[in-house]
Each structure stands twice: as structure tokens, then as C-alpha cells.
Write a protein that binds this ligand. Sequence first.
Ligand SMILES: Nc1ncnc2c1ncn2[C@@H]1O[C@H](COP(=O)(O)OP(=O)(O)OP(=O)(O)O)[C@@H](O)[C@H]1O
Length: 274
Amino acid sequence: MEGNHMTSSMPQGRSAHLPEGSESMPALSIAGLHKVFGDMVAVNHIDLTVPQGSFFGVVGPNGAGKTTLLSMSVGLLRPTAGQVKVFGIDVWAKAIRAKTLLGVLPDGLALPERLTGRELLTFLGRLRGLDPTTVAQRSEELLAVTGLTKAERTLVIDYSTGMRKKIGLATALLHNPKLLVLDEPFEAVDPVSASTLKTILQRFVAAGGTVVLSSHVMALVEQLCDSVAVIANGSVAAFGPLDQVRAGRSLEETFMQLVGVEVSGEEQLSWLAS
Ligand SMILES: Nc1ncnc2c1ncn2[C@@H]1O[C@H](COP(=O)(O)OP(=O)(O)OP(=O)(O)O)[C@@H](O)[C@H]1O
């Protein structure tokens, strides 16, 4: 077991490279992933495969199990049962090797907050084993494309929610991962920044990277993703290429039908605004 730490044994200045023989492996393969909190099943024996080069969307209602699923997929939350491999590498048995290939934007990202954005990127880049010149160069570019250069002197603790998402994405990209797993990356991000983030992610996929993201915004998933998984009650309600899943309808219509939310009758909340 290689452990579960952020520091890596990557050579100085080198970015993550795919392990030999992994070219045809799925970017992410999830088998029988299961998580129980007390007596509550949050994720119920899920199997999913994300091929390399995919832009993969995970959607589902509140509490469906998306964050739990993604957290287990990247080695942040230990599953009750099941296995996850990143480019054929087990994220628990070979955590460090797997994590050099992964860029993660977790839900409720806990960052060292008493640092500026640049200091944070420098700190994390050095922890990742990147050389100082590479870290400085990439930090400069990442701060510029995320629009955070002007907040140069602002400590992360004073960032807005959207700024935190953006610096979180910058930290996920810094070591040039092969697979990005992003939990609600567009939440609280303004439309101009969202457009920039979309472009960054599309460029990442066009260059051969793989993105898995969760979102509640169906239009955004339809715009960006080529494949989707709809999660409901901890299980996969539908999974596959976007066009196949939505079958001629909008993703929103498909989603509503799959998760089967009952629209409440007029009698409910009748006291409201009466
Ligand atoms: N640490 C925890 N302890 C106990 N229950 C948890 C824990 N984390 C998640 N849960 C429960 O597991 C279920 C799935 O939660 P999860 O956060 O994965 O859903 P989600 O699909 O990401 O929801 P949302 O869209 O609201 O973010 C929920 O019922 C939640 O209350």
C-alpha cells in the first residue's frame, strides 16, 4: 500500500504520464461501489465505466449520492465495498500513483485559507513535486485564465464562493492530470467565469484529457458532456451516451421522468402568500 497523502514521488518538474499499457484502459472504472452511513445506503453497488477522452456528466436530485460516489472514486472517502481504478490503477491500493493522474475539485473544498491564490498554488505545486519554475509558470497562467490575477493580494479565506471554485479548479489542473473529477464546478460561478471554465475543460478534453463532473444544471451538462449517468437513491437510473439517455427528449425531461418527482398539488403550501 502506497498510502494516501498529497505528496507524490513524481520526478521534479514532470507532469503525470499515463502508465505503460494503460492507453486502452478506461479513465475511470467503478465496480460494485457501495457506501453505508449507519443504516443508510448512500451509494448502492454502483458500476460505471468512463472511457478515456470522455466528458462525463453525473446528475441526480439532492441526496442521490453523487458526492459520495465521486468522493469514493477519487480516494477521498473509503467505500464500504467495491473497487475504483483510474487508468487501471486501484485508487486505494496504489493511492499515490492514482493521484498523480487525478485532478479533483471536491465538494466543500478545504483549502489552506491564509494564503493568497498564488501562494496556495505554489504550496500545492511543490507538494506535488513540481519544480519551482514550472509551478510559477503554471500558476501565472492559471490565475490569469481563471480571472484571479486581480485578486493577487487577497487571501483565500476572503474569496467569494465562486472564486473558491475557480482556485479549486486551478489547483486541480496544476499538475496536469489526465482525469479531472469535479463536484459541482459551476456552482456559484458567474456566467463570464463559467464560460471561461467551460473553454478550459473543453480544451482539456480536446487534448486527450477526461472530465467527470456533477451538476444540477441540465443545460450545461447537455452542452458539455458526451455521456451521462443519472443517479437516484444511490443507484444508476440511466447511463450511457447523452443522446441515448435522453432519447430525443431534453435531459431535463428525461431526468424528471427517471427520478419521478411528484409535483405537489395546489392544496400544499396553501397558507403561503395567502
Ligand atoms: N458523512 C455522512 N454521514 C452520514 N450521511 C451522509 C454523509 N455524507 C452523505 N450522507 C448522506 O448520503 C446521502 C447522499 O449524499 P450525497 O451528498 O452523496 O448526495 P448528492 O447527490 O451529492 O446531493 P446534493 O445534490 O444535494 O449535493 C444523503 O442522504 C446524505 O444525507
